[in-house]
Design a protein around this ligand. Structure first.
Ligand code: GLY
Ligand code: MN
Ligand code: MN
Length: 430
């Protein structure tokens, strides 16, 4: 791991919160992700299941966490199972967690090797009535593979068909949405690394540069600062590429007079940041580009103010739509008739701003959070309005990550990252 050790108090608290929301006499089980194969003996880099990480800090494959808060055998109230480490594994794959290191990381006192799982689990099943299983109910999830968690759940329910089943996911969606101060600090670190990357490319961009050359600068800066890399596949979209919302080819040359839309950010310790900025290739916006830029920036500022406790995500989007509509009218992109005749299910502004304004962010870029529930202090949301105009050859999106505060304005974790048009121009021409 490139990141510095995390205070285990975070994971101890997360487990306590989860346990407090479980039914009596129940056992919750969480599995790590598989290491996904490519072909031959090649594999994708390991990415820990965020729920297991959230509850234990264990960042290693083939790990299982079991929580049984009222287990009569007190030693089995919190249990970790890990791949046994030995000298052979240490030589070929590097050091794995010892039982002591697993305790230091997670605060879990009872650590077994994986080969003891069936025997220990059997004892636990004799005391409990209900299994909490961990399914993925994220509103954007679209999964076709069978995960290690799915495989385990199938095996568990086939072996113990008399137990009833409850869902971990709604509890995790609720808990993970509200960030602990330790998590906010980790997210701030991710944002600070992103800032370093962004400042680095402001001095690097000039007509003729290739989008992938900018990508290379960013990854250099991110890894140099203990990030494992991009928080999500980076978008570096010059000219009309910005109007393809999920453009990730990053293989075009940047031309004088064009804008470049970046949606790029670093992760740190598995926590994500999510930044969008749009800058002129030649270091100076045209008058029209600047007018649209300032409109997006205005919507972003107004939308940020609305992220307060009690706000409902859906209502917030309707309100932001109204603010965006006013800007599009001023820019002459919409006229009054467009708005008067609009379809309420697809308002006129959607022609130029067709994606959402905000999503939860945390261990996942599009993080957990129950969107029908009111916003709460210490939830973290992106704010990311955009205006996309293919017929004018550019698209603009601006995106920061902000923390909802109990009293007062949301706190912008990206408040130090340049955003005003003149500031961007000054920095690019310094
Ligand atoms: N970078 C992904 C998003 O903005 O939602
Ligand atoms: Mn985003
Ligand atoms: Mn983004």
């Amino acid at each position: 791991m490139k990141y510095q050790p995390i205070n285990s108090a975070l994971f101890i608290k997360n487990r306590k919160n989860f346990a407090s929301l479980m039914q009596k006499n129940s056992l919750a089980i969480f599995n790590s992700n598989d290491i996904y194969p490519i072909s031959a003996d090649s594999t994708m880099p390991f990415e820990q299941h965020r729920d297991l990480f959230y509850l234990s800090g264990v960042d290693q494959e083939e790990s299982v966490l079991m929580l049984f808060p009222d287990c009569p055998n007190e030693n089995l109230r919190e249990v970790l199972f890990l791949t046994e480490t030995n000298e052979h594994i240490a030589v070929w794959e590097g050091e794995k967690l010892t039982k002591e290191a697993a305790f230091n990381t997670s605060g879990v006192q009872t650590v077994f090797w994986l080969q003891d799982l069936e025997k220990v689990l059997f004892e636990m099943t004799t005391y409990c009535d209900t299994f909490y299983i961990n399914t993925n109910e994220h509103y954007r999830a679209n999964i076709v593979t069978e995960t290690r968690e799915d495989r385990f759940t199938k095996w568990l329910l086939a072996k113990y068909p008399a137990h009833s089943v409850a869902k971990s996911n709604p509890i995790l969606q609720r808990l993970r949405a509200v960030k602990d101060p330790i998590e906010l600090d980790l997210m701030q670190q991710a944002c600070d690394i992103t800032e370093k990357g962004f400042r680095r490319i402001l001095n690097f961009i000039q007509p003729g540069v290739w989008e992938y050359e900018i990508e290379a600068e960013l990854i250099h800066e991110f890894i140099k600062n203990r990030s494992k890399g991009f928080a999500y596949t980076p978008i570096i979209a010059s000219g009309n590429n910005a109007n393809v919302l999920h453009y990730i080819e990053n293989n075009q040359q940047c031309k004088a007079g064009d804008l470049i839309l970046f949606d790029i950010a670093a992760e740190y310790a598995n926590y994500k940041s999510d930044l969008s900025r749009t800058v002129p290739v030649s270091g100076k916006f045209s008058e029209r580009q600047k007018a649209v830029y300032n409109a997006v920036n205005h919507v972003k500022k107004e939308a940020t103010k609305l992220l307060t406790p009690g706000t409902i995500w859906k209502d917030y989007h309707v309100e932001v739509g109204g603010i965006m509509t006013a800007e599009l009218l001023k820019l002459g992109l919409l006229d009054k008739a467009d708005v008067q005749n609009e379809d309420k299910n697809w308002p006129a502004y959607k022609k130029y701003f067709m994606h959402g304004t905000s999503h939860h962010i945390g261990l996942d870029t599009h993080d957990y959070g129950l969107l029908h529930k009111p916003m709460e202090a210490n939830m973290v949301f992106t704010v990311e309005p955009g205006i996309y105009i293919p017929k004018e050859g550019f698209g603009i999106r601006l995106e920061d990550d902000v923390v909802v505060q109990e009293n007062g304005a949301p706190f912008n974790l990206m408040g130090n990252i340049p955003i005003e048009a003149e500031e961007i121009e000054d920095l690019m021409n310094a």
